[in-house]
Design a protein around this ligand. Sequence first.
Ligand code: AMP
Length: 110
Amino acid sequence: MVEHCIFCKIIAKTLPTQIIEENDSILVIKDIAPKAPIHYLILPKIHRPNLAALTPEDAQHAAEILFMAQALAKKQNIPAFRLVSNNGEQVGQSVFHIHFHFLAGKVLDF
Ligand code: AMP
């Protein structure tokens, strides 16, 4: 847990959130400012600032994110989804705890 990290606080349940799924290594929450009818954030519980900070030792965490996205789609019967991770302020990263946006429920043509 990193002090001042909003997602670490959410993972530690010291900040309220809407939980969609949780397991030992991942928390999935609803994005507070949704950009699509379905907009979840897939958060690994381990703190890493972003993809650029991952090391080969994190391979399992990276794989679990993808399989969580697959499981969400299966469980909620979502036929198509987009998985996005902003890495760096220049491309829109605003929270520096690695996360993937799971977007679905409308045509995304950009
Ligand atoms: P990014 O800009 O790619 O770093 O994504 C951060 C996302 O976190 C944005 O889509 C925000 O709307 C979302 N967000 C920020 N604070 C919260 C919060 N307390 N609960 C849920 N989502 C949040």
